[in-house]
Design a protein around this ligand. Structure first.
Ligand code: GDP
Ligand code: MG
Ligand code: K
Length: 299
């Protein structure tokens, strides 16, 4: 990317089931992909779609912490995750114009009250109501104690006002790199979880010695059979000294990291896991946008 004015950022889309989140993404992404579908709400920062133009890239993510966790994995992710809502550049709160504000909306609104990022109230399905009713719908959210950045009525289904919504988002985005290749529109959430667990074990075992200069590249997640998963990952560090620490005396450290990580991954996935770990030095990887992309990093 040589465009110095390129803008990029992360946007969370939240809203109770059936408000039209997937429809909106399909509209934005031009129906080109089947978005990550409604796989169980397992990971944090699950990427749902990536919108790229020559001027901008918006990475739409799903947000844990606004859904009740259904699984042990979901529960884990919710607990371990810093609220994704505080890490994104903007939040889209979708509501259904056809329905009254309900308990599901209130649950989300409670979380939104603490969010410091701009939150857009997006009234979807306006094609399905009489235009005279729109103000009444909006009125229901006035006392929500959320400082709506904008209130934007749209029809995700027929695309009405969706461009305007994208325009408002782009205005807010900071100048930044293109995080993902333009042909990539989704990502695999389980990679984030596995990487996160390995990273956690490294921090547990090495303490302060190998600080935040570690990246985890999940090279392979493959199902061997219905009970077993094969995972291959490379731990990327910035300096040879860090590689030494991670490998440890006679390979003891990396073995311990692997044992602990495998246990957790198995517990969370409910399958046996064969985990192969490698360590590689890539000097200054944090300054290399393409590497950040590959490792699923946002900043
Ligand atoms: P999600 O659960 O929030 O992802 O909701 P979906 O995108 O799956 O949409 C749920 C239902 O609402 C589907 O039948 C959509 O066709 C419908 N829907 C979504 N957006 C609109 C809209 O703008 N207008 C109308 N009339 N229906 C919509
Ligand atoms: Mg959906
Ligand atoms: K991420």
């Amino acid at each position: 990317m040589d465009n110095p004015n390129f803008k990029s950022g992360f946007v969370a889309i939240i809203g109770r089931p059936n408000v039209g989140k997937s429809t909106l993404l399909n509209q934005v992404l031009g129906q080109k992909i089947a978005i990550m579908s409604d796989v169980a709400q397992t990971t944090r920062n699950k990427i749902q779609g990536i919108y790229t133009t020559p001027e901008e890239q918006i990475v739409f993510i799903d947000t844990p912490g606004v859904h009740k966790p259904q699984t042990q994995l979901g529960d884990f992710m919710e607990k371990s995750a810093m609220s994704a809502l505080d890490e994104v550049d903007a939040v889209l709160f979708l509501v259904n114009a056809e329905e009254k504000r309900g308990a599901g909306d209130n649950f989300i609104i409670d979380r939104l009250k603490t969010v410091k990022q701009p939150v857009f109230l997006v009234i979807n399905k306006v094609d399905a109501i009489h235009p005279d009713k729109l103000l009444q719908v909006i009125d229901q959210y006035k006392d929500a104690q959320v400082d709506w950045k904008e209130v934007i009525p749209i029809s995700a289904l027929n695309g009405n006002n969706v461009d305007e919504l994208l325009g408002e988002l782009t205005k807010l985005l900071p100048n930044g790199p293109q995080y993902y290749p333009e042909d990539q529109m989704s990502d695999h959430p389980e990679r984030f979880v596995v990487a996160e667990l390995i990273r956690e074990k490294i921090f547990e075992l090495t303490e302060e010695e190998v600080p935040h200069s570690v990246a985890i590249d999940i090279e392979k997640i493959e199902r061997v059979n219905d009970k077993k998963i094969q995972i291959q990952a490379t731990i990327i560090v910035e300096r040879p000294g860090q590689k030494g620490i991670i490998i440890g005396k006679g390979g003891k450290m990396i073995k311990d990291i692997g044992i602990r990580a495998r246990k957790d991954i198995e517990a969370l996935m409910g399958d046996r896991v064969n985990l192969k770990l490698f360590v590689k030095v890539v000097e200054g990887w944090r300054d290399k946008p393409t590497m950040l992309k590959e490792f699923g990093y946002k900043k």
